[in-house]
Ligand binder design. Structure first.
Ligand code: GTP
Ligand code: MG
Length: 294
């Protein structure tokens, strides 16, 4: 009885899942972080940074929206995981309530974009298009009108800057408007689906992408073996896996310089995020079947 009364008295809140989908480098992970207000997903200037679907939870008086950051669709296969990544993108389109299709107006619509567009069009749920990177000068946004011309396929189109957090609120409002009513999917204090070990491994992977050139980052996987919280320090042990000893040597670098740089950059970010000193022990190992781990 009391339960019935409480539901009839309170307005129905919104709840649902929205997948961020788009080509690599359009800024999906940057947008996820901006929407939620916390760095949950790593961001680099390189394509195919994101490998796993990451949930970001946004709680508001209107309800709860769960955003799914997905790997970028990238046709020119850069790493042996590509097939797996595309499967993860397709999987992320199942049992969701809304699609947020993210595009980059500096990149023309080619075969890759049309491939994603066809996936988006096939989904029978509301869709929003985000034309990201609005902060860039007009001359660089060469293909803006080509994307604007797609507007009729979408419930709404937003031009915004995920990087500078500009014009993100109207997108949030629209998402809540389009989501169905329902019970929240996550408890109010949980921001993501991933565990601390995954998140730490991602920060390390981001630093590998920033420190090492060309194909090396695409052939590595990071696993956190142990995190131990002591009164004044987090002690973290992690392994970096790659498939051959030549890459292993590149990750370590001359006199261990590259690995040291990666370790320092990761440690600094972890210390700020965790609010405590971090001791980080990194090891590099070869594993021919590294991609099965990723
Ligand atoms: N100028 C500008 N750059 C942006 C914006 N959003 C993202 N970027 C940049 O675009 C690059 C790619 O950003 P990510 O968020 O990693 O892109 P992504 O779509 O998640 O990429 P993948 O995970 O590889 O699919 C980074 O260098 C970002 O800083 C934006 O609003 N403006
Ligand atoms: Mg990403």
């Amino acid at each position: 009885m009391s339960r019935l009364m409480s539901t009839s008295e309170s307005p129905l809140l919104k709840s649902g899942m929205a997948t961020l989908i788009g080509r690599s480098n359009t800024g999906k992970s940057t947008l996820l972080n901006a929407l939620v207000g916390t760095k949950l997903a790593i961001v680099t200037h390189r394509p195919q940074t994101t490998r796993n679907v990451i949930h970001g939870v946004l709680n508001s008086p209107a309800g709860q929206a769960v955003f799914l950051d997905t790997p970028g669709v990238f046709k020119e296969s850069r790493n042996p995981l590509s097939g797996k990544l595309t499967e993860r993108v397709k999987e992320s389109l199942k049992e969701i309530d809304l699609i947020v299709y993210v595009v980059d107006p500096t990149k023309g619509i080619g075969a890759e974009e049309r491939y994603i567009l066809s996936m988006v069009r096939h989904a029978d749920i509301p869709k929003i298009m985000v034309i990201n990177k609005s902060d860039l000068p007009k001359a660089e946004k060469e293909f803006l009108d080509d994307y604007r011309a797609l507007a009729e396929d979408f419930s709404a189109v937003f031009e915004l800057s995920a990087l500078h957090n500009r014009h993100v609120q109207p997108l949030r409002d629209k998402v809540f408007e389009l989501l169905p009513a329902g019970e929240p999917l996550y408890p109010p204090d949980q921001l993501t689906n991933s565990d601390p070990k995954f998140w730490v491994a991602e920060i390390i992977r981001e630093k590998i992408f920033l420190a090492l050139r060309k194909e090396v980052p695409y052939s590595t996987h990071v696993e956190v073996v142990n995190i131990e919280e002591k009164p004044d320090v987090f002690s973290i042990q992690a392994n970096i896996y790659t498939f051959d000893s030549r890459y292993k040597r590149m990750i370590i670098g001359a006199k261990g310089r590259a690995l040291k740089e990666i370790g320092i950059a990761a440690r600094k970010e972890l210390e700020v995020a965790l609010g405590k000193k971090v001791y980080l022990a990194l090891e590099v190992e070869t594993d021919k079947r590294w991609e099965e781990r990723a």
